[in-house]
Ligand binder design. Structure first.
Ligand code: PRT
Ligand code: MG
Length: 213
């Protein structure tokens, strides 16, 4: 049996066309069922539904043989024990620094002020500001980062941006583009040795679906 870890929402939805192109269909709708283990039309393949941020952990420790995770989550996790064969080019966005409209970020950086930065992406933020030579106090949050500058919790946030509508709706502006993000296929390294043939088939199927897209 091969176990594929996916998170509900955009990653699940954007993975479905790739699976379909590979002749794989998931037999339940994750938005309708309470099941966490979903069968597919392939006897050898099942899907497990986990939190987006838990996908790399499931795959690292063999709770799943492979999974699909955003590069943001993968970088924060560190990638230990994970083979990363494919950029699936789905769930694309960017990771950016944003501040409240009217906050002079450029001047704050120029003056060497200490910036407080709220984020779920502490590793990415630390690395980015260290490279830039900006002193920051990082505040770890688990969601709704946009609220932090509005309430005075922080000067800035590091968060994912796609259309930019969420920033706009909260009077925030993007001041730095840190990196582009897309979702990656990750594979447990031990599984790749022990279940080489079926895993190769699935990796090749994803890769074929990508070429056809
Ligand atoms: O459950 P958990 O909290 O662990 O994860 P999650 O809620 O982050 O999961 P999910 O499904 O929302 O995101 C999974 C992955 O999708 C992320 O890790 C990214 O790689 C990718 N992705 C792509 C995005 C977005 N686009 C995105 N726009 N993830 C989140 N957003 C959010 C963003 O955080 C912000 O709040 O959407 C808002 C901005 O969108 P715009 O279009 O208004 O700019
Ligand atoms: Mg989310």
């Amino acid at each position: 049996m091969i176990t594929l870890a996916l998170s509900k929402g955009r990653i699940f939805e954007e993975t479905m066309p790739l699976l379909r192109a590979a002749g794989i269909s998931v037999l339940d709708d994750p938005e309708k069922t309470r099941k966490l283990i979903l069968a597919t039309n392939q006897n050898e393949l099942r899907v497990v539904l986990v939190r987006a941020s838990d996908v790399p952990t499931y795959v690292q420790y063999g709770g799943a043989d492979l999974g699909i995770t955003g590069l943001d989550t993968l970088i924060e996790h560190g990638g230990d024990g994970l083979y990363q064969p494919l950029d699936l080019q789905i769930a694309k966005c960017r990771i950016s620094v944003a501040v409240r409209e009217g906050f002079d970020y450029v001047a704050a950086v120029r003056q060497g002020s200490r910036l407080s930065v709220a984020t779920k992406y502490v590793g990415i933020a630390r690395e980015f500001f260290a490279t830039k030579g900006v002193h920051v106090d990082l505040i770890k949050l688990y969601g709704s980062m946009e609220l932090a500058p509005l309430t005075g919790l922080s000067d800035a946030i590091v968060d994912l941006v796609s259309t930019g509508n969420t920033l706009k709706a909260n009077q925030l502006v993007e001041v730095e583009h840190i990196m582009d993000i897309s979702s990656r296929l990750v594979v447990n390294q031990a599984s790749l040795k022990l279940k080489q043939a079926p895993l190769r088939r699935i990796i090749d199927a994803f890769s074929g679906a990508l070429e056809a897209a």
